[in-house]
Design a protein around this ligand. Sequence first.
Ligand SMILES: Cc1ncc(COP(=O)(O)O)c(C=O)c1O
Length: 416
Amino acid sequence: MSDFNVEKIREDFPGLSRIVNGHKISFLDSGASSQTPTQVIVEMNDIYNTHYANVHRGVYTTAQEISDQFENSRKTIANFINAKSEKEIIFTRNATESINLIARTWGDANINSGDVILLTQLEHHSNIVPWQQLAQRKGAIIKWVPIDSQARLDLSNLDELLKGVKIFAFTAASNVTGTITPVKTLVDLTKKAGAISIIDACQLVPHEKIDTQSLGADFIAFSGHKMLGPTGLGVLWGKQELLETMPPFLGGGSMISDVTLDGYSPADLPAKFEAGTPAFVEAVGTARAVKYLEDVGFDNIVEHEKKLGNYALEMFEDRFKDSVIVYGPKTMEDRLAVFSFSVKGIHPHDVSQLLDEYGVCVRAGHHCAKPLMRELSADGQKGIGATSRASVYLYNNEEDINSLGKALEQAIAFFC
Ligand SMILES: Cc1ncc(COP(=O)(O)O)c(C=O)c1O
């Protein structure tokens, strides 16, 4: 941690020097999309300025340069998550598309009427709806792992729930409550039950290192825009032996080895799953973001965010015990610094708008997790419609949390 200097890091993020409504911005919405460091912007601009051309199509110098850079980005991302081969890295548009790809290919080829798909109540709609659609197409059944009072997974009945399951798809960390799930245990139990494990790692990958080989899962989905990268780039990691057996997802250019008037044959991995022009500038940007995160060091990031998370939890407890309900685990042990909260008597949208007057950016709504919203309780009553959410990343500091506290006090004074 000795070389971790948050003020120095903040200098790399142009978006953090903005003044909003007369106040220095406090950006606490990285759970939706993170800010972009200058290093990533420069790398992407450099492509547009000096060597922009489509990939995998031309043999002229510029086309070869950008094709190499694109494929090197795949290698960087493969190394980042310790994939066995870069063939296991499929570029998609976002994590949502990555999960849909599995449902439409592995799912359509392997799920039959009466089969069981297991999900958890913590899931984002991106890891629910594709499975509901698959279940509808095939007549499969969806079962749910419940949560406890602190929005952690209740695993007391997991052995029973896993019986006869074909797919267990679960989040590594909740975008609403910050709950970190016991990923390795879940993967091991899934394997023992003879099912495949699919991890929605959208919220965890920006904050903690994932090692695909020691984890032993079957598929992992995440996206660049939550980890300092640009929008438009999702990643699907899958075990090569599974990806090899799966039919292609979208059809078109790049994903074929041959096309005749009678049909087509698919290309080898990873091209088989990357129809059309890929988001190659964004892939390079995401690889640069990975390098940025690795240079800072994930141990430093975890330590900084845990510290800031504790600072925020103490603030909620000390100053807002009677006026604010914070959902999720009570300590930073098994959670990220992602805080969904309700201010008693004020609608989350009004909270968000009032905080914005002080330059504090928090998200309000159901956070694409409506089933989870129905499970959370406020003042003994089960089911909430929406929350406000403050989410912390490596560039946030205590001043951001102080600004949140000050703005919350103003909002409460205004409304109550
Ligand atoms: C846990 C989780 N899963 C999936 C998604 C969807 O990610 P994307 O918008 O990149 O498809 C999000 C986005 O907020 C998320 O937080």
